[in-house]
Each structure stands twice: as structure tokens, then as C-alpha cells.
Design a protein around this ligand. Sequence first.
Ligand code: PLP
Length: 411
Amino acid sequence: MSTAAAPFDVTRVRRDFPILAQQVNGHPLVYLDSAASGQRPNAVLRAVERYETHHHSNVHRGVHALSQAATEAFEGARERARRFLNARSRREIVFVRGTTEGINLVAQALARPRLGPGDEILITGLEHHANIVPWQMVCEQTGCTLKVAPIDRRGELDLDRFLGQLTARTRLVAVAHVSNALGTILPVERIVQAAHSCGALVLLDGAQAVPHTAIDVQALGCDFYAFSGHKLYGPTGIGVLFGREELLEEMPPWQGGGDMIRTVSFEKSTYNDLPWKFEAGTPNISGAVGLAAAMDYLEGLGIEAVAAHEQRLLALATAELSRIPGLQIIGTAAHKAAVLSFTLSGCHPHDLGTILDSEGVAIRTGHHCAMPVMTFFDIPATARASFGCYNTEADVYALVAALGKAREVFG
Ligand code: PLP
């Protein structure tokens, strides 16, 4: 009996995503914007619909059947997320709105109470604004200092300089697992190990990594890992912050309200156990249910198989786009996820995006919430094509053809 994995059947995968069947501006939709937000498969749409139709009520403390069903669904999703990340315990899985909220939680509940003048937070030059601004706010609040490890012209982290900037003053290292603007995959195992040897804690921004890589937080050894459901073919408004239990236990809550308390009196309130201590107010229950379905779906396809498929598309697109006169690829790291940023001379990325859209090709244009990356490359913006499990070689050729049209317009 053969043990070879079945070939990745992208035609079948596409049938799972009803949104892809539509025409845009008279052309079949070519969706190349999954780094901004992935589309949802039927499995996710149906799980959310089933929950909303049959099981919805508020979670926790309800004695009636629907509340218990909703609680079961919500806490079941937490267990699903624990397995997805290979965390030790459900107590380490905090539901948040997304990566941004997860990072802000760590900034306000861990860094703000602990850091002061003389302490340093180390990030890199390729971070998304979500992994820059929360730390700048902490610096303003506490007097600690933000350090930035530089990248090189390929969009790779300068690891030597990063290691040189790690000192006994570094209290926290916060880096992207994968860059959204450049596609660079960072050497996170090395970063975690070096940071820990200096006594610093590590947060990984996994927003762009989770759709392309199986994540094992125990193997990575990181202290925190944050990601968003909507980049993972799940709903918007839901994400996960993994935190090591010992750290979460020591951290004060960051938002107060219902569900995060054990007792409340006007004199003093006491707080709930993990992870609910960090989940004030009614959570996004259907979002969690949809996220769990997205995890089932992606693991059902096989994350490695998806990643290999996307890497083939990335290689094809890189080769094809490199041949286009005046086109420059921004971000040429040796290890990249399925993100291709580029500029075309004589054509502002926004105009390019508009022309491509008129051909049914959806890409993202702008600074991609990574203004310092644009400043580093001395450009105002890039056009960015990003690939997901449902993209095909035909999508790559549609992009190339649409870029040909843009070149005709802009000469
Ligand atoms: N970090 C990275 C690397 C991202 O790509 C994004 C979104 O594009 C974020 C953080 C923020 O994610 P969200 O807006 O879902 O909170």
C-alpha cells in the first residue's frame, strides 16, 4: 500500500469557497489578498450558521439548555485552539478580537506594570504597526525604551545586529513570525533561544504564519503567540493569544467587567481563573465556533500540503513577475511565505491596484500597516499579491496578464 500523500487538489479546494465563484468587473474573481484576510470555506460558514440557528445564547453561568450548549461550543473551540497550537493547557488560550488585541493585552497587562526607565523592548524593522504602536504606548507610559533591530535590503532580519542589541536590559522581544509586507519568515526559534538566554520574554506575532505553518508553541518555546482568525479562513473579530500559564497567572487583568470576576463588592473585586480573567464581557461566541471550524478545515487539508502548494505559486509568480520590465520585487528573503510585494516604475501602486481590479484581480496596495518598511525601502507603498490554499497557477497568469494591461496604460 502506498503511503504517498494525495496530490493537493486545488480544484476541489476552490469548490469549498463559494465567494470565489463570482465575477468582479466582468471577470472571474482572482483573489490575491489573503494576507489581508482569507476567505471562508463552507465548513466555517455552516458552523457559524448552525451555531447561530440552533445553539446561541450567552455563555457561562447559564443553567438553561441553550446557554449550556453555547458554553460547550465556546469552550470546545478553546480546546480546539489549544490543540492547534499544541499549548499545554486551555488556561493558556485567551480569546481576543485578533492579533492586535492580543499584543495590546500583553503590552498593557505584562509590560506596563513591569517595565520602567532603563528597561528595553526589542522589535525588528519589519513589524506590522500592531507590533510597534502598543510598545510605543508602553514606552510613553513607563519610560522604558523601544529598540529596533534592522533589516537588510532583502528584507531579512540582520540577526547579528539583533543579537548585539539583546542585553540584560532587554525585558521583552516582540517579533513577527512572518512579515506581512515582505513575506520574510523570521528565524523565531533562534530568536526565542537568544532572548531567553538574556532573560527576556518573547512575544511572536503569528498573524501571517498560522495559515502557512503548523505552530507548536511548546517547540517554539515562546512566551506569547498572537494570531487572528480571519487570516486563517475563519471569521473576523476573533483571535487567540497564547500565553504561558505562569505568566498569565501573574499578570493583572487588563479590562474589567462581567465574566472576568469571581466576586464584586464596592470595596474590592476578585478575579476569575485563567483564561477568563482576560475575557471581560460577552465574547465573540460564533466567531470562536467559526475559528474552530477553520482550524479543522485547514488541518484537514494538511497545513504542510497547503504551504507546499503556496510555495509553488510563489516561485512561479516570482519568476513571472521578475521578467516584467520596470517591476521590482520588494522583499527577496531566502525564506518567504506566500507574499509578493512589488512596485512597477511609472505607476503608483494604488493606480496599479485599480487597473488590476478592473480585470477582476484583487491585490492589496499601500503601506500594509508597515510604514517603517516603506521608509526603509524609500517607497511610498507597494502592490502586494498574496496566496492562499485556493489560488491556482491560472491566478498567477491572470495577475501577469493584468500587469501587462497596466504597463500598456502607463507606457
Ligand atoms: N501582525 C501582522 C504581521 C499582520 O499581518 C496583521 C494584519 O495584517 C496584524 C498583525 C494585525 O492583525 P489584525 O488586524 O487581525 O488584528
